[in-house]
Design a binder for this molecule. Structure first.
Ligand SMILES: Cc1cc2nc3c(=O)[nH]c(=O)nc-3n(C[C@H](O)[C@H](O)[C@H](O)COP(=O)(O)O)c2cc1C
Length: 195
């Protein structure tokens, strides 16, 4: 099994999603000790911004090569674990750049007479999500939730049918609420199917 582990939090060792994504990878490896893990920290080493050059196969530009490496890493993975904080109601821009590197016609989706076909149907995605507030369907903030919904919609478009979310919500409400959220999220990690 190949695991690709992505982190994108700017909050270093205070990061909730970094703790959760690491716990998820540890959980998977406990059951799959021979799994190969590739780690990419898109906050520490941001990917270049997207350009039309990214669609040109064999482009000589260094930034296009960097984006191509990120794409190949994802294509080689069986499981992709993504640390995905909510920043300003969406995913961090650094994570968006990684998502852009992945969304390449002919590689991860294609157009056909039948419509769009996603090509990542063999992959499992596990999202480690954290939010300062609450954005559930009953919440007055629900319309501002563009983080988890973005990831679900995009990976659905790319053909992924197996996507789990481990979520810590309300972590900025109070230290007590953050503790509860973290305990609940760690319990969700323990419940994840290991294969
Ligand atoms: C730059 C920034 C923007 C944030 N924007 C939001 C937001 O729009 N909504 C929210 O509920 N929490 C927001 N938060 C709180 C984070 O979602 C929370 O701190 C969470 O733990 C982030 O994940 P991390 O700890 O892995 O970085 C923001 C935090 C930062 C640092």
């Amino acid at each position: 099994m190949n695991i690709l582990h992505i982190d994108s939090s700017i909050q270093g060792d205070q990061s909730v999603t970094r703790s959760l994504s690491a716990a998820i990878v540890t959980h998977l490896r406990k059951h799959q000790p021979h799994a190969q893990v590739t780690y990419r920290d898109v906050a520490a080493a941001p990917l270049p911004q997207f350009s039309t050059d990214a669609f040109v196969t064999n482009s000589a530009s260094a930034s296009t090569r960097e984006l191509a490496v990120a794409l190949e890493e994802a294509l080689a993975a069986d499981v992709i674990v993504i640390g995905a904080p909510m920043y300003n109601f969406g995913v961090p821009s650094q994570l968006k750049s990684w998502l852009d590197a992945l969304t390449i016609p002919g590689r991860t989706f294609r157009h056909s007479e039948q419509g769009v076909e996603g090509l990542l149907g063999d992959k499992r995605i596990i999202v480690a999500s954290a939010r300062g507030g609450f954005y559930g369907p009953e919440s007055p903030m629900a319309a501002l939730e563009h983080q988890e919904s973005h990831l679900r919609a995009l990976f659905g478009f790319l053909g992924v049918t197996r996507l789990d979310v481990v979520s810590a919500e309300g972590v900025r409400i109070s230290p007590e609420r953050a503790d509860v959220a973290m305990r609940q999220a760690m319990a969700q990690v323990d419940q994840l199917q290991a294969a």
